[in-house]
Design a protein around this ligand. Structure first.
Ligand code: FES
Length: 166
C-alpha cells in the first residue's frame, strides 16, 4: 500500500541536454506558443550536441535525475557541420556501457528537434516523462555505490576466498 502511494506521487526529474541552435530554439518556440508540456524537464543548453560529454549523463543520474534527453539538430543541419554525427556515434557506444553497468536504457532518449519543431519537443518530453514515471525512481546508481563499498572491503571473507583461489 505504501509502495502504491509512492508510485502514485512519484514525479520524475528529467534532464534535457540540448544544443542551442535547434532543440533549445524548438523548446523556446513551444514555450512562446503556449504549448503544454511536463514541468519535470530541466533544460541544459550546449553549443552543439557534439560538446555533450557522456560523463555529464552519469553525473546527472548520480545527482538524482530519473531520465535523460539528449537532443540536437537533425542530421545535416548541425551548425558545426558534423557535431551531431559525432554525438550519435559517441552515445551509441556509451549506451552499451550504461547497459553493462545496469542502467535501463529506457531512461535515456536521443532525438532530433529543430528550431521549428515546438510540437515535436512537446511530444518527445511528454513521452519520456510518462515512460520514466511508469518506471519509477532511478535506483541503479545507488546499487552501484553499495557494490563499490562492498568490493572495497578487502577483508571480506568471500573476496579472500576468490583471491586465494587465483
Ligand atoms: S549545433 Fe545543433 S547539433 Fe550541432
Amino acid at each position: 500500500m505504501h509502495v502504491d502511494k509512492q508510485k502514485h506521487t512519484f514525479e520524475p526529474k528529467i534532464i534535457a541536454f540540448v544544443c542551442t541552435w535547434c532543440t533549445y530554439a524548438g523548446a523556446d518556440l513551444a514555450g512562446t506558443s503556449r504549448m503544454q508540456y511536463p514541468s519535470n524537464v530541466r533544460v541544459l543548453k550546449f553549443p552543439c550536441t557534439g560538446r555533450i560529454d557522456p560523463v555529464f549523463i552519469i553525473k546527472a543520474f548520480q545527482q538524482g535525475a530519473d531520465g535523460i534527453l539528449i537532443s540536437g539538430c537533425h542530421p545535416g543541419d548541425c551548425h558545426y557541420i558534423a557535431g551531431n554525427y559525432h554525438a550519435r556515434r559517441r552515445f551509441a557506444a556509451f549506451r552499451k556501457l550504461l547497459e553493462f553497468i545496469g542502467v535501463d536504457l529506457n531512461r535515456i532518449q536521443f532525438s532530433w528537434v529543430s528550431a521549428a519543431e515546438g510540437g515535436k519537443w512537446v511530444e518527445v518530453v511528454t513521452d519520456l516523462t510518462e515512460r520514466v514515471r511508469a518506471m519509477g525512481p532511478m535506483v541503479e546508481f545507488k546499487d552501484l555505490v553499495l557494490e563499490e563499498q562492498w568490493s572495497g572491503n578487502l577483508n571480506n571473507p568471500e573476496l579472500q576466498a576468490v583471491y586465494e583461489a587465483m
